[in-house]
Design a protein around this ligand. Structure first.
Ligand SMILES: O=P(O)(O)OC[C@@]1(O)O[C@H](CO)[C@@H](O)[C@@H]1O
Ligand SMILES: [Mn+2]
Length: 453
């Protein structure tokens, strides 16, 4: 390909741009999150002692000293160091560090304030895991568990009203017409979208559970959806539905999960609706293999949430949980973990760096990417012009038709109409980072051909 055709993507967001959101996150929010992690470990010392005796207390001290050292390195912009634990992904992390080092200019070393925000933020969460790896026997302690379970318990009313709405909807689903199906699909899709506001990394761990009714608040929130490709998602879903009466087929739906707590419940409700009405024949959930970005779902969170819901003394909530465990048992639902979801790569690297995962996703008919971090990785966390088409920003990452359900919590947003960003900025300087606005943004191989080239 002639040199002038090599496409150079825009620069990565980075704390090197003083005053940028990335800068404020690395300077203020990441140290705050680290301090909360240290405090959580310190407050759990007695439990460690009860469970493990003195070695538990020694482990608490080791983990805290590791994390305090890292916090100091972060705050004084020291070089980012290779991982030295021997986890499955250690090699991949250290190869990526070398990749980042090769990109540095003037012989500078990879560091917290000079390198891409996406990389250093992901690295911080992986270093928390390294601190625990080196502190047996508390290696498998989930430093974020408390916040994730609190989000679930604080959202009980919202969860009950959502489960009640789902169960009551499914009662009338059998004689439902297309209009009923489409309207309920839109409702559950938007509930899952707005469930993404409940994220503890944007709040640096401050409680932010769902207090209002997730259904009744939807009409007021419509205005804040900046891109709404729901109709394109709907046409993928109905493309595999057999005409009335015959054995329903439905799509293979993959959901790349984001946060535990209320958001996970909204995702399980959406998935239950899709399978129960025959829009999806199977749902594959993809979670994180280590505690990640404070609220992200691990397999323990997934199992805990379905069991906790099933054990509820509220009949509709408990019947949801029982149904969800049945979907897992009979194979309609499958939970997956792949190391790539807790690596720092942009998703356009997946075909080269995780070809097995890419080919798994190619078997999907529709992939829903939940949340802001996934959007940042879909678009490479780069300073794109806001009117660049979504398909272009994906830079070849398109294993199947995909849709991002994201509330805006970082300053990267593509696929807007000309003038739309300027209008928003004039109304609200924080429009890209407050979590107030959202997108339902779709791309398929057909769209990408139109936009990507
Ligand atoms: O992926 P989520 O849970 O929606 O949001 C995570 C996140 O937005 O929280 C912080 C806000 O800047 C970022 O570190 C990160 O992108
Ligand atoms: Mn998250």
């Amino acid at each position: 390909m002639a040199a002038d055709h090599v496409f150079i993507p825009p620069p990565s967001l980075s704390a090197k741009f003083e005053g940028s959101f990335a800068y404020l996150t690395v300077r203020d929010r990441l140290p705050t999150i680290l301090t909360k992690v240290i405090d959580t470990i310190h407050r759990t010392k007695n439990d460690f002692f009860q469970k493990h005796g003195e070695v538990g207390v020694d482990a608490e001290k080791r983990a805290i000293s590791f994390l305090s050292k890292m916090r100091n390195e972060l705050q004084t912009d020291k070089p980012v160091l290779p991982l030295t634990d021997s986890a499955d992904d250690t090699e991949a992390w250290n190869r990526y560090l070398q990749r980042q080092q090769d990109l540095m200019e003037n012989g500078q070393l990879v560091s917290w304030f000079k390198s891409p925000w996406l990389y250093v933020e992901c690295y911080m969460y992986r270093k928390i895991q390294e601190a625990l790896y080196f502190s047996p026997p508390i290696c498998d302690f989930d430093v974020f568990k408390e916040g994730k379970t609190q989000s679930f318990f604080e959202s009980q009313q919202a969860i009950i009203s959502l489960c009640t709405f789902l169960r009551e909807s499914l009662v009338s689903a059998d004689n439902a017409n297309r209009k009923w199906l489409f309207e309920h699909f839109l409702t559950f899709l938007q509930v899952s979208l707005w469930g993404n506001r409940c994220d503890l990394s944007i709040s640096a761990g401050q409680e932010n559970s769902q207090k209002t009714s997730p259904i009744h608040s939807l009409p007021d929130l419509r205005h804040f959806i900046l891109v709404d490709d729901s109709d394109k998602v709907w046409s993928v879903l109905t493309s595999k539905q057999s005409p009335g009466g015959q054995e329903k087929t439905g799509v293979r739906l993959d959901i790349i999960l984001d946060n535990a707590g209320f958001e996970l419940v909204t995702d399980l409700v959406l998935a239950d609706f899709m399978v129960s009405v025959g829009l999806a024949k199977e749902v594959h959930f993809h979670g994180k293999s280590i505690p990640w970005f404070v609220s992200d779902v691990t397999s323990r969170d997934f199992d805990w949430t379905t069991s906790q819901t099933a054990a509820s003394n509220h009949k509709h909530m408990s019947s949801c949980g029982v149904q969800w465990k049945r979907h897992v048992k009979d194979g309609a639902w499958t939970y997956h973990e792949h190391p790539f979801w807790t690596l720092p790569h942009e998703f356009c690297d997946m075909p080269a760096d995780a070809p097995d995962l890419y080919s798994t996703l190619q078997r999907s008919d529709l992939i829903l990417f939940k949340g802001d971090l996934n959007y940042r990785r879909l678009t490479g966390d780069r300073a794109w012009e806001h009117t660049v088409p979504f398909g272009r920003a994906l830079r070849g990452f398109l294993p199947a038709p995909l849709c991002s359900l994201r509330t805006l919590k970082a300053n990267v947003q593509v696929g807007l109409e000309p003038g739309q960003a300027e209008k928003l900025a004039a109304q609200d300087t924080e429009w890209m980072t407050s979590g107030k606005y959202a997108v339902i943004q779709f791309c398929s191989p057909f769209e990408e051909q139109q936009q990507g080239s």
